[in-house]
Design a protein around this ligand. Structure first.
Ligand SMILES: [Fe+2]
Ligand SMILES: [Fe+2]
Length: 442
């Protein structure tokens, strides 16, 4: 691949603070929310200021979910931030996604959730035309996908798989055919191409393969299409996760998917990506850091993580509070165990031997740590660690359940090894980091 360097910032979920984000309704909403509304504009502004000062690269790429939920005032304010960056000499390329035009545009005041003016998908063109669309080599009107000349010898295929006309992670046949024409043209013009797409093309962690909305539809087909047409690198978002994954097509071509976290909620990272003149790809992960607000004495990372941990635990406990009949009874037991139990209690119940240090850990704390850890990438519980051994023993105890569930999960497709999937999710065995990594490209 030819030489190129850029910043990757995704899922900014910008919210115009003056719309209102306060009161009991807002506090209730944030119980289960990963990212911040009141703080998002300050975070975006601080990060953009830092990027503007870096003279090494003049390109910034944002692959979707620019606004919280399509509030028109949020888009207006966010675009102002983009123009400020542009005035400082930066070239900006965006994609929009489902959160930029959906019907849930809301603000919060006292105990009320207030509907505010949203933005239609068609209106997004006018907002973002100066950030990739109008200077594109080719523009796909139906989805706002485009091919752009990023720098000499390098083009970017921006695949909008989450537009009003092909929502929720779809790259349909027509969009694929259009992309093929653009990729062939790039080859003729001696340009390398990388792709951006809001949805991950490769599942961020193995279990996300079982979650419909966690990756693009028919992801193996899309990954093979890109890899076999000369695209070795894809930059994605949507899942708010730090993950890097490789996929090889049947023809033996590789696709690397770098999925990056939400900017305005834990893990709160962005990336600087460089391909040098030896085709070496370097991925550097950067913390959002200080954004000039009073965080009650906490460091920004602690502030982000505290909110996400709370959201994960509340979601798990809320799920266990729902249901009726016999399921309600078992869920109530589960809730009590999750809220009060330890690993020691669990091992006694299942007649398992576990590490003494692990026995003291509360289940609820562990759920929070694992949840947050998955999204930060580089999960540490690899084979041989006490946690791996404990989880592996628990899964073996429940193997009779797993064997019954696996055929249902595979839905007639490839056979699923759920135990391996779960263990590969809690420990990064890929041989490279999800955060700072280096690859030799073609
Ligand atoms: Fe998002
Ligand atoms: Fe999304």
């Amino acid at each position: 691949m030819n030489k190129v360097s850029f910043y990757l910032v995704t899922d900014t979920h910008y919210f115009e603070r003056s719309l209102g984000a306060e009161g009991a309704a807002f506090e209730n909403y944030t119980r289960c929310e990963q990212y911040f509304l009141r703080e998002s504009s300050s975070i975006v502004s601080a990060v953009f200021d830092r990027i503007a000062q870096d003279q090494e690269t003049d390109i910034i790429i944002l692959p979707g979910d620019l606004s919280k939920n399509g509030e028109k005032e949020s888009h207006k304010s966010f675009v102002k931030e983009l123009y400020k960056l542009k005035e400082k000499g930066k070239k900006i390329f965006v994609l929009t996604a489902g959160h930029d035009y959906n019907e849930y545009s809301r603000a919060y005041k006292d105990d009320m959730r207030i509907d505010v003016e949203g933005t239609s998908f068609d209106e997004l063109y006018e907002f973002y035309k100066d950030f990739g669309y109008s200077e594109a080599v080719a523009f796909h009107q139906r989805t706002h996908s485009y091919m752009a000349q990023i720098t000499d010898g390098v083009r970017m295929l921006a695949i909008n798989c989450d537009s009003f006309n092909n929502p929720k992670g779809t790259m349909d046949e027509e969009l694929m055919a259009w992309s093929k024409v653009q990729l062939d043209k790039a080859k003729e013009d001696n340009c390398s191409v990388f792709a951006i797409c809001h949805y991950p093309i490769i599942p961020g962690v193995p279990v996300f393969d079982l979650v419909g909305d966690a990756k693009i539809k028919d992801w193996r087909t899309v990954a093979s299409f890109l890899a076999d047409n000369g695209v070795e690198l894809a930059l994605t978002g949507h899942m708010h996760i730090q993950s890097i994954n490789e996929f090889y097509s049947e023809k033996g071509n590789r696709l690397i998917d770098i999925c990056t976290s939400c900017l305005v909620g834990s893990p709160a990272k962005y990336r600087k990506i460089t391909v040098d003149d030896t085709s070496t790809l370097k991925v550097e992960t950067i913390d959002v850091g200080d954004f000039g607000m009073d965080l009650g004495g906490l460091e920004s990372q602690e502030y982000f993580d505290r909110q996400f941990r709370r959201a994960i635990i509340n979601r798990v406990c809320d799920a266990l509070r729902s249901g009726d009949g016999i399921s309600k009874y078992f869920k109530k037991l589960g809730l009590s165990f999750v809220e009060n139990g330890t690993f020691g209690n669990l091992s006694n119940l299942l007649l398992l031997k576990i590490d003494k240090e692990l026995a003291k850990i509360r289940i609820i704390d562990f759920i929070g740590e694992v949840g947050i850890g998955i999204f930060k990438g580089d999960m540490p519980y690899v084979k041989g660690t006490a946690v791996y051994n404990a989880i592996s023993s628990v899964l073996k105890r429940f193997s009779f359940v797993i064997k019954r569930v696996e055929p249902k999960l595979s839905k007639g497709g490839d056979k699923i090894d759920l135990e391996k999937m779960l263990l590969d999710t809690i420990g990064n065995n890929k041989g490279f980091s999800d955060n700072d990594a280096e690859f030799k490209l073609r």
